[in-house]
Design a protein around this ligand. Structure first.
Ligand code: HEC
Ligand code: HEC
Length: 290
């Protein structure tokens, strides 16, 4: 952990000091942003909503067993492979895309998200619960399988997200949290993206896209998210990258076109494929639990 943080600090220092500067027949994509989700980031949320989200983000955990469960949910978000090994094949934590343990706006923020569920899901044409949405991130982003909905892990994740949602409006969540949608002036160019990748990304995510021993998450290859993940959508990745990458730097360091080009380059590589026919067996719980 200490090693990882110092690696990140070192790499950000290198980037910010300018040493590396200059500048379908679609797979099923349920982990994709729900319609409209990409649009809400830029609405510059009324200050009151931002304040309410900040209060939710910084509130101390309750004492006792309740606080412990919430803290466990937080730890699952930040140490997913360590705590949920059998459920994930991707070599990264939820936090890789939900930065700051889901408390950073425009970076996969989970603030207020509990209040947005249950929600109508257009793709599957049914109402989904927060647990269903979590199951999707396990299946697609983590390229794994979901834990049982009544497992301690699923309840902890739900409790953590509910805690990050106190004060949010039912049906709406907090505004000003979503990814900031961007458009590219020109068609994304993979070759131009390759150049940007070498200059601005490879130092952390490695030239082969495999990341660095868990310190920096993989962007493609066997340990990355699969082709059904929300991050596999070009517009979603470009929005995430433009606001949040290179890591440790200011938002919007890349031009919108560069964010699209480099994302197109990242997505041009092979990655795991989502297997729609796989059976998902929740682990059985002993009856004595009830
Ligand atoms: C590879 C990136 C990635 C990883 C890893 C990942 N997610 Fe996500 N997740 C996304 C994207 C992209 C979205 C859609 C975000 C948006 O539309 O703003 C999303 C959406 C969600 C949502 C719904 C948010 C909303 O606003 O409705 C929840 C909840 C969630 N993820 C939880 C998790 C959890 C828990 C994990 C770890 C078990 C995880 N995610 C891992 C990329 C990821
Ligand atoms: C200074 C190191 C650093 C640089 C440079 C950097 N990243 Fe990242 N990147 C990270 C870290 C660390 C995370 C995970 C964030 C977290 O855990 O809070 C991340 C996460 C990501 C993610 C989401 C997780 C995943 O694995 O899919 C994407 C996509 C991404 N970076 C793309 C890029 C692109 C494209 C560039 C170049 C424009 C870039 N990054 C530059 C450190 C870096």
């Amino acid at each position: 952990m200490i090693a990882m943080r110092s690696l990140i600090a070192l790499a950000s220092l290198i980037i910010s000091s300018g040493i590396i500067s200059c500048a379908t027949s679609h797979p099923p994509s349920p982990a994709a942003a729900p319609a409209g989700a990409l649009a809400d980031g830029d609405t510059a949320a009324a200050d009151t909503a931002v304040d309410a989200a900040r209060v939710a983000a910084t509130a101390p955990y309750p004492k006792g067993a309740e606080g412990k469960l919430i803290a466990y949910g937080h730890d699952i978000v930040t140490k997913t492979p360590a705590l949920m090994g059998p459920y994930v094949r991707a070599g990264m934590s939820c936090e890789a895309c939900h930065n700051g343990a889901g408390r950073k706006p425009h970076a996969g923020s989970l603030l207020g998200v509990y209040a947005k569920f249950p929600q109508w899901n257009k793709r599957s044409h049914r109402f989904i619960a927060l647990q269903d949405r979590l199951a999707e991130c396990f299946l697609y982003s983590m390229n794994g399988r979901p834990p049982a909905y009544d497992s301690r892990e699923m309840i902890a994740l739900t409790a953590y997200i509910a805690f990050l949602s106190r004060g949010a409006k039912v049906g709406e969540g907090f505004s000003g949290q979503g990814l900031v949608a961007i458009t590219a002036p020109r068609k994304p160019n993979v070759a131009a993206g390759a150049k940007i990748y070498g200059q601005k990304c490879a130092a952390c995510h490695a030239a082969d896209g495999n990341g660095n021993n868990g310190a920096f998450p993989p962007l493609w290859g066997a340990k990355s998210f699969n082709n059904g993940a929300g991050m596999h959508r070009l517009a979603t990745m470009a929005a995430f990258v433009r606001y949040n990458m290179p890591y440790g730097g200011p938002p919007n360091a890349l031009a919108a076109q560069d964010a699209y080009d480099v994302s197109a380059y990242v997505l041009s590589h092979p990655r795991p494929k989502f297997l729609a026919t796989q059976t998902i067996a929740f682990p059985p719980q002993p009856a004595g639990r009830y």
